[in-house]
Structure formats: structure tokens, C-alpha cells
Ligand binder design. Sequence first.
Ligand code: ATP
Length: 352
Amino acid sequence: MIHLRQITKRFGPQTVLQGIDLDLRPGEFVSLLGPSGCGKTTLLRIVCGIEQADLGQVLMQGQDITRWPASQRRFGVVFQSYALFPNMTALQNVGYGLTELPRREATARAEEMLALVGLADQQHKFPAQLSGGQQQRVALARALAPRPRLLLLDEPLSALDAQVRHEMRTEIRALQQRLGITTLMVTHDQDEALAMSDRVVLLAKGQIAQQGAPRQLYEQPASALVAGFVGRMNWLDGQVVAEGRVRIGTALLDCDTSAYKTGSVVRLGVRPESLRLLDGEGAMIRARIDALQFHGAVTQVLMRCDALGSALLLELPSGEASGLTEGEMRGLRLPARALQLFDAPTSMRRAA
Ligand code: ATP
């Protein structure tokens, strides 16, 4: 549907995007995720046509549209700030871009789109008379009304409060699937990207660090950078001491070391929900509960483990955490399957 080939963009001396290759398949919802300043918005603007790449091509169904102006591309765009016309009603806003249709048909189409986003009864209100969530629905209806070939969403939910944001996630995704419209969304919110997308593209320093299904990025991160950005991770530094065995502090842990030679200095990552507490006194690794934080369905347990020489964050279903008290010692299990090894930072490798 859309193919980006070797997109490179510089602002003065700064290279913001470097050789980006990205394909959007028909009907797919793809999120561009990454830390602030990594170039997400710039890439979206290049796809949209409001920014030009210095090098590389934007192809649409095989056609080179790199130099096409935004208006010729006919993509629908929704911005964080809604960008509605304040002096027009919701209906007029949605109908604004439908200049190619006879007036009556344009109005009917605008009404249909407002109904689709659940605002049939609000069509004569002005933006200032609508809530943030409703304004964003109007912006979405306006973007979709001309039947765009591609929908571009630039941080569409970040101006909304938490509850509305959650509702809108579900609504936008359901609407996108119902219409089958190919969608590219920029977000810095990893929950949002994981929850809404078919595929997440993680950008870092102007390059694609990894792309894949949300579960793939979470469960098989390609680097420590990806693992740290997508979900939370406990990091432990250590060394591979034998095949299948890593030493962390004074503890020896079993895990898959197949990617590393014996003697390698490594960084071990383990997700907070993968750690387990044991009752028995005989557990090899013991840790002290420093703090308990109740979050409704889950409880976060902050522990200090002398053997590992580190603090650890655990996340337990609250039902399992109800008997725990701050200050008590517990056995700790780090299941081999949940331990992932990554390259240690260069400074650590040198020191070793
Ligand atoms: P954020 O999540 O904070 O919006 P982002 O990943 O979307 O970040 P971009 O907005 O694409 O990042 O910006 C990437 C880099 O390019 C930043 O360092 C920014 O300062 C720079 N930049 C963006 N637009 C321009 C411009 N028109 N002129 C100069 N530098 C720019």
C-alpha cells in the first residue's frame, strides 16, 4: 500500500531520520513509537507530504509520490490539537473537505460520518461546546469523510484525560477495523501502541530499532533499548560462567546463554510479572520486601536482594500479594525462561 524507501531527513547538522524502510500493508494499523525527538512526527509529516525527505522515496501502490503535495495525496490526518475550525459547527467541520461532492451529498456524508463516531445528536454544536473527546471524534470524522486512502494519526489521544483516552483507543481501533483503512499513528505512549496496533515500529535516534507485532516486541525485544522502552524491565549485570549459566552478584542463574560465549559480560533483563515469590525457608535467593504499592488488579513489590546486589520490582496479582508485609524476607525465583540476555554496555565490557 505505502512503501517508504531509505527515507533520510536532516535539519541543519542534525540527521533526524536515517535510511528508513517501512511498508504499510492494506488495512493495517501501524504505530510509530519512540522517545521524544526520535523523529516520529517528522516521518509522519513526510508520509503526509507536509515535509520533504532529503533522500529516499515514498511509494503508494508502486507509484512514486515523494514529490506530491499533501493535497494530492488525499490522506486523512488527525492531529493532537484537533485543529477544528472554531467558528464552524461539527457538521460544517466534517463537511469542509468534501468540496468535490454536490452540497446535499456532502452534508449527507458529513452526517453519516458524525453518526459513525457517535455524535449524530451534536452536529450543530461548535467545537467550544464539545468535550475534548467529542472534538477529537469530530476531527476523526473530518479526516475520514473524503474516504482517504490512508489515515495518519499524530498523537491523537495525548490531549485527553486518562479515562477518555482509554475509551477512544477502543473506539478508534474498532472504527479502523470496520472501515479497513490503513492507518499510521505516532505515539510516545507504549500502552497505546501495544493496545491498538497490528504492528509497532520502534524508532530510536532516527532508525528503526525493531518492528513487529506488539507481543513480539514485548516478548522478544531485539535489544536492551527495545526491552527498556516497551514495558518495564529489571536489569541485572553479570557474566556467562558456563553454557546455560550466568553469575549475577553471588548468585548463579540458569538461563539460555546460546547467543553468548562463556566469559561474556552481559546484561540480564527480567520482566516484573515474571518474578515469583516462594514461601519456603530453603530458597536459594532471598530478598527483602522494601515497599508494597497497591494498583487495584496488581500490586507492585519493591524488593532488595543482597545476593544479586540489586533492587527488583515484582508485579503480582493483588490476590497473591495480600499476605505480604513490608520488611519481611522471602524466597525469590527467577524462572530460566523469563531471563533474557543482552549485550552489556560497552563501558562494562571494557571494565571486565
Ligand atoms: P516528540 O515525541 O517529542 O514529538 P518526535 O519523535 O516526534 O518527538 P520529531 O518532532 O520528529 O520527533 O523531531 C525530531 C528532531 O528533529 C528533534 O530533535 C527536533 O528538534 C528536530 N526538528 C523537527 N522539526 C524541525 C524543524 N522544522 N527544524 C529543525 N529541527 C526540527
